[in-house]
Unconditional design. Structure first.
Length: 195
């Protein structure tokens, strides 16, 4: 029975819905921020997509261009894939330029292990402070019926982290680390850890 439940856990989540935060008139971040969050979110998300597809997942994007998608629509897209996982890609901001680090959010208990495994991979591959994994009732996490995680990939208001984020190599590295827990090269199909 244990093997059967493990197998079903591995085969259940075959679709990844990637949600690049903000977009269009919604720039994200704070007023006067030099590096636009919406652009960084989309770039990392578009880099994540082929990595997950190559690993065998079906990938659905909530947006692929610089458009605004209402939160309710993002949730509706996620909830239309009962065999899916919802990954929200964001960068952080703060009025204090010294604020730094990576943090990951979840809401449902089912999403906690997924958040922990993604956070561990991203923090392990980024030269930023570990701000931890936290439970928050953000709309896109609270209203989804599938496992959902929101990753804050660093502070664009921090000069050092903003400099990293503006490099192609670093955004590619972030995408690879977010995908890492979902890619198990030793077996097929791949599976993000949910238990």
């Amino acid at each position: 029975m244990a093997l059967a439940s493990t197998a079903s856990a591995q085969t259940r989540f075959t679709t990844i819905v990637i949600d690049p935060g903000h977009g269009g008139f919604d720039h994200g971040g704070i007023p006067g921020q030099r590096v636009l969050e919406k652009n960084m979110n989309l770039d990392v998300a578009l880099r994540l997509k082929p990595i997950l597809e190559k690993a065998g997942y079906r990938v659905v994007m909530t947006r692929t261009t610089d458009i605004f998608v209402p939160l309710g629509s993002r949730v509706a897209i996620a909830n239309s894939y009962p065999n899916g996982i919802f990954l929200c890609i964001h960068f952080n901001s703060a009025s204090r330029s010294g604020a730094s680090g990576i943090e990951t959010y979840f809401y449902s208990t089912e999403s906690a292990p997924l958040a922990a495994s993604i956070h561990s991979a991203v923090v392990g591959g980024a030269p930023s402070e570990n701000r931890g994994v936290r439970r928050r009732g953000y709309f896109v996490l609270r209203r989804t019926t599938i496992p959902a995680v929101l990753v804050e990939c660093g502070f664009l208001t921090n000069p050092t982290e903003a400099e990293f984020a503006q490099t192609t190599a670093y955004r590619q590295k972030l995408a690879q680390e977010i995908a890492r827990p979902g890619i198990n090269s030793a077996s097929s199909p791949p599976s993000y850890r949910l238990k």
